[in-house]
Design a protein around this ligand. Sequence first.
Ligand code: NOJ
Length: 534
Amino acid sequence: MTRVGSRPWWRDAVTYEVYVPSFRRARPPDPDRPFVPFGAVNAGRLAGHVAGDLEGIRSRLEYLEWLGVDAVWLTPFYPSPLADFGYDVSDYCDVNPAFGTLADYDALVDEAHRRGIRILVDWVPNHSSDRHPWFVESRSSRASDRRDWYVWRDGDPDRPPNNWRATFVDAPAWTWDERTGAWYLHLFLPEQPDLNWANPEVEAAMTDVLRFWLDRGTDGFRIDVVHGIGKDPALPDAPAETAAVPWSAQNDHESTHAILRRLRRVLDSYPGDRYMVGEVFLLSTAKVARYYGHDDELHLAFNFPPLFAPWDAEKWRERIDRVEEELGPRGAWPTWVLSNHDVKRHHTRYGSEARARAAAVLLLTLRGAPYLYMGEELGLEDAVVPPNAVVDPGGRDGCRAPIPWAPGPGHGWEGADRVPTWLPWPPDPDARSVEVQRSDPGSMLQLYRRLLALRRTSPALRAGSWEPLPAPPGVLSYRRSLDDDSRVVIVNYTTSSHSIPLEEPLSVQVSSTGRGEGTRFSGRLDPDEAVVLG
Ligand code: NOJ
């Protein structure tokens, strides 16, 4: 990919999120290193089930290179009791034996780099596991050296210190700890106590964690709940109107920005444009924009309002305008996400493959860095998870179903022909498998590959400006341009055909339906069709 000017690689990159337990297993399942989420709903049934491993990811880098992605974000693979499937870390500098070893990680990074793919690690700074030695020590005594590494408050055991609500459970964000007679804060599960970032020792220890992974060649970090780390020391109540909303979606304290500026300096001191993309789960683009600072905080931030927008041209136009207005003046580079491991897949949300295909054209041609969620390139829908197979208290099992690599028993997962995978397969695993779609030129997978290839050759699509073009209601049309490269994108959000008069003769470079590619655009869009013209 030719570099546009002096832009760092991550501005132009397409990143692919690998949800580690569900990508692929390569080594035979080892009964001594099981994947058994602690405390999860129905956890007991998972003993002996198959989950992914790091070697499974390394073994499919060839696929990711063929697909054409630039970077891979690995969800947490640290030692963990798995109460939140790895987002409860009990050792930030090691690998969960269920997934492999540090040597496997190093081998994965080496091979990814040989193939021109960057690796991002998911860093979870807001909270650790309650089994982390830091918390074990902190809760052991009020006199512990690590007491102040977490957020403790004295008080009445019947009255939490404020009205903040936890996430995934309908309960306060505070748990009373009998041993020392005090409350501790957890924006998520009680097994995920919040670290106290107001304590410089915590920042120093967590900065060492970043250095540990940077020194191993890690190219960047996806930062979990980054807007959560700085807390108002006065712990004010949530406003009455939003009191029922988990505090993890509201915490937005000034102190986080100074911390981010210090972390930014650490990353920028390493060669190779290391970067951080933060999960800022605040459903306001104006608030998200502040986490870029003045190009001295996060390099990139997730902006989720579009992810929660319905499939509707006007709603999307509004979300895109907001991004242009809020991020543009700061020179902040946008990010775009349609699916991830926390929400229903967009094929399921939008209700049809035709729409999911059109959405892929949109995602990969907007101004900014797209993040793909593994399996969206296969058009996967959420798995149907029967009540006795539910494991996540947050109701997110469906989008976390394993990737079918091949048709037939086990779907290309080592051991899965004999014992079941930890979650059921998504619908139509044979027809949706990588192997079947790789050999079908009309498949969703081949559409993603064509779009990724087009982005690589088009400076306008990767780095150009975004300008809306006139379009009938229900249709979104825009131009991306940079120097003498210009592309027009038209997305039909409706189930009717539309005629789109164009002033210039353009040819179809990619169509979500595959129709007419390489020929002059007829001016007609089929229902749910999206095209890139040039
Ligand atoms: C956001 C992560 O994406 C989600 O999976 C996790 O449960 C929470 N943060 C808590 O770490």
